[in-house]
Write a protein that binds this ligand. Structure first.
Ligand SMILES: [Zn+2]
Length: 252
């Protein structure tokens, strides 16, 4: 096994390959119907248990509670001097407010205006950050970043809560290159129009779907719908992986 991504909680994943570990949106809270990391798992992360013993870089796509728990991330950074963090100006300002001088040289922000592309190295990993408009009309002004990075030769692209629309992604594959693994909320796979937008403009080899509600709160059957869509995607030449629960992994 050269590497893997593993679901931590909600849209939070650990990407590990090439001797590097990147945590994305993993220290998150509850936002019904979505469930955050919870107290026990948060303590595992903060205390650096097992696979969390050394995390090179932490990414936060945006400052919504189901992606970012300010208190937990602040505690994590205090406990992990090896970890550098890259996020939106909004989340970086919140972290700097808590960490004060401890944030210096550890907490970086990237421009989050829609369409902005920038480069920044954190934890020895080169990231390209892309401002992507958040999904949903009421969140249209929310800063949201996508992150493109390469670990051990595998190209990852995590889009946070980006709207799965052409306006966000048109021409982007020409700038970033096509990712091996697109990490995205499940509608990118489950909704036909969203999946076709992703296939055309992001052109991933594999779509890894995250941001599922817990099974007992999946009243709309989103997980089942996404599973069906994964079969359709396979017919369209795109592999799909569902990561609905803690510990679910895509290995490569
Ligand atoms: Zn959000």
């Amino acid at each position: 096994m050269a590497g893997y991504i593993e679901l931590i909680a909600n849209a939070g994943v650990l990407a590990a390959a090439g001797g590097k570990k990147v945590l994305i949106d993993a220290l998150c809270g509850d936002a019904a119907p979505f469930a955050g990391a919870g107290a026990a798992l948060t303590e595992e992360l903060v205390s650096g248990a097992g696979e969390f013993s050394r995390v090179d870089a932490m990414l936060v796509t945006h400052a919504h509670p189901d992606h970012f728990d300010l208190s937990a991330v602040s505690r994590f950074l205090r406990a992990h001097p090896e970890t550098q963090l890259l996020t939106t100006p909004e989340a970086a300002a919140q972290l700097t407010g808590v960490l004060q001088k401890d944030a210096a040289g550890r907490v970086f922000s990237a421009p989050a205006a829609a369409g902005a592309v920038s480069e920044r190295t954190a934890g020895g990993v080169a990231f390209r950050a892309v401002g992507l408009r958040h999904d949903g009309a009421k969140f249209a002004g929310k800063e949201n970043l996508g992150f493109f990075f390469v670990l051990g030769g595998t190209r990852f692209f995590d889009v946070g809560d980006a709207a799965p629309v052409e306006a966000n992604f048109r021409g982007l594959a020409g700038v970033l290159g096509a990712p091996d693994v697109l990490i995205a909320p499940f509608p990118f796979l489950a909704r036909d129009s969203a999946r076709r937008t992703a296939e055309r403009w992001i052109a991933p080899k594999t779509i890894a779907a995250v941001h599922f509600p817990p099974q007992e709160k999946d009243f709309c059957g989103w997980t089942r719908q996404t599973r069906r869509a994964a079969e359709t995607a396979a017919g369209e030449g795109v592999k799909a992986a569902l990561l609905p629960a803690r510990g679910d992994r895509l290995e490569f």
